[in-house]
Design a binder for this molecule. Structure first.
Ligand code: PBG
Length: 323
């Protein structure tokens, strides 16, 4: 007797009946760049289809996403002023804080998440404060991150997402939120973030490239897998509500092992800028079918074990899924 696995693949209806994993718009998170530098929506050269949005226009794109069913937006800021402390990250009139308030004032009813890091706000482009030798200081940075998170929540953020990869950042932020009566605000931790070359286009988009050196002293080494379990465990201990693996596609093994090691936690995967740009570039050449490739990729994240996917394709994908 031949084992006939094709029996359940014969028609679209049969395939749909037995499909194990589906992508849903409500599980997608759309990253948005809010700019204090430009006064019109401005295309990002290395990320076709992605724009930097001025505060007075950000509701358009956020509402479009929500109307398409996208579950949340994640805000990044491009400030007009940078300094060595990243002062604008935690300023109540900072660009992300203004953006959150604009969304709230405009009646946006989706989930608003804010990225908590200093790299877009420091003149040196590093994720934390530096000593004279240019080393990123861990503990002095924690207070800056905590202040940033509190000011974002004061502006109206529903959730904060620390991405600086400082040890102890989740605990510092949790304490600060609790001290300010924001004990109800969850933390989406970039718990496992690799020192990846796939962030290149983002650094154009957010103008956050380090002016010297790199991020290898705090982001994870791509050669390490077991260490991811320790990073997640520490963040769970410190109070993370949602775990994340970043980047996504080259790290689906880490998504899978995280799902197995922390079965009871919501897990997000970040389909980062370089992954997006590669798809857009190949599609522009006519070498791949963008829609099919994107939906297949998002399905792969779900199959690997992610509940949520942060992706620049979120709005397109949500529309494709609806049609
Ligand atoms: C840091 C941050 C980065 C990304 C998200 N948050 C850049 C970095 O660590 O260098 C990258 C996201 C992407 O590439 O899409 N604030």
């Amino acid at each position: 007797m031949i084992t006939r696995l094709r029996r359940l693949r014969r028609t679209p209806a049969l395939r749909a009946l037995v499909r194990e994993h589906d992508v849903l718009p409500r599980n997608l998170i759309l990253p948005l760049f809010i700019t204090e530098v430009e006064s019109e929506p401005t295309e990002i050269h290395s990320m076709p289809g992605v724009k930097r949005w001025p505060v007075d226009r950000v509701n358009e794109i956020a509402q479009e996403a929500a109307d398409a069913g996208v579950g949340a937006v994640l805000l990044f800021g491009i400030p007009a002023e940078k300094d060595d402390q990243g002062t604008q990250a935690s300023a109540d009139e900072g660009i992300v804080q203004q953006g959150v308030r604009a969304l709230r004032a405009g009646g946006f009813d989706g989930v608003v998440i804010t990225d908590v890091c200093l790299c877009e706000y420091t003149d040196h482009g590093h994720c934390g404060l530096l000593d004279d030798a240019g080393t990123v200081l861990n503990d002095p940075t924690l207070q800056r991150l905590a202040d940033t998170a509190v000011s974002q929540v004061r502006a109206g953020a529903d959730m904060v997402a620390p991405s600086a990869m400082m040890d102890g950042q989740v605990a510092a932020i949790r304490d600060a939120l609790d001290d300010n009566d924001y004990e109800h605000i969850p933390i989406l931790s970039y718990s496992v973030k690799y020192a990846s070359s796939f962030y290149g286009p983002f650094r154009d988009a957010a103008d956050g490239a380090p002016k010297f050196g790199d991020r290898r002293s705090h982001q994870m080494d791509p050669g390490n897998g077991r260490e991811a379990d320790r990073e997640h465990a520490v963040d769970v201990e410190e109070g993370a509500d949602i775990l994340m693996v970043k980047p996504g596609l080259a790290y689906l093994d880490i998504v899978r092992r995280t799902r197995e090691a922390f079965p009871e936690y919501p897990l997000a995967a970040y389909n980062v800028s370089g992954e997006y740009s590669m798809v857009k570039a190949a599609a522009a050449q006519g070498w791949i079918d963008e829609r099919a490739v994107v939906l297949e990729t998002l399905t792969a994240f779900k199959r690997a074990g992610a509940d949520l996917v942060l992706t620049y394709h979120a709005l397109d994908a949500a529309r494709w899924l609806a049609s």
